[in-house]
Design a protein around this ligand. Sequence first.
Ligand code: ATP
Length: 312
Amino acid sequence: MIHVEGLTKYYDELCAVDHINLDIKTGEIVGLLGPNGAGKTTTLRMLTGYFQPSDGDIQVKEFSIHENPLAIKRLIGYLPESAPLYKGMIVYDYLDHVARIRGLAPEAKQKRLKELADMCGLRDIMHKTIETLSKGLKQRVGLAHAMMSDPEILILDEPTSGLDPNQIIEIREIIRKIGEQKTVILSTHILSEAEATCDRIVIINKGKIVADGNTQELTAGKGHERHIQIGLLGADADAVRDRLKTINGVKSIDATAGGMAKETRATVICQGEKDIRTDLYTAIKQTDWVLVEMTQETQTLETIFRELTREN
Ligand code: ATP
């Protein structure tokens, strides 16, 4: 549904988005995850047609952002980080106003306002003034605005930023529900948010895509570092380092001896797909050391994120 190729954005000398390629299928909920300044908002703004790319192309269905920007805008609903609402208006009047701007006929308008009130949980606040609403409720009104013309694609920039835990869960539930029928792209720098809401996570760092997949794929990803903790009795730290570093797949070893238990502790950092625990065990068995512990640390999305965006 969305094909992004070589998408690039410069702000003067600064390359905020650096030749990214991305394909998004109909019905996916995709999370753009990255530290502050990674280029998420800039990417979303180019997708919505708000910013012209410096280079590259965006195709949505059969349309190109260069040739048919209006056709693409019609397919997209966009909720920026701070929803631009007329705060002095009553929710109903505001959404009625948005519906009229969007050209909905009176009958279609009534039907749509009812649907949006249900979809976004606005029934009880339709007659309240926007400025009296909590941030979570304002965000729901913003969502209803973005969904007014029943767009095929919904783009959300940091949709839960600044909300309390209950409001976050409510907004996530609404997004997941919308995602059952629509293609959703959202940005976040909160890992748990991406994990809880998205089918697929695209990690962006310094304007480049550094990982792409679901949580399972990302944590099992080839090439990621894995850490294996080893505890040995009767072993000298230097000897442990010398012996284990020769094993294929070991990247580095940090070994320290001593302590009350006279146990040598080693952290073996390995890289690659192969599980090297058997090789470690075999190498240790050939010595008179006593193996008292061997644990492979599980990779979480958090450790992957830190590994990929460490310099930030
Ligand atoms: P955040 O989570 O902090 O919003 P982000 O991942 O959305 O970050 P962007 O807002 O896209 O990142 O910013 C990417 C880089 O471009 C940053 O270095 C930022 O300072 C810079 N930048 C963003 N908008 C502009 C602008 N209008 N003019 C100049 N530089 C900008």
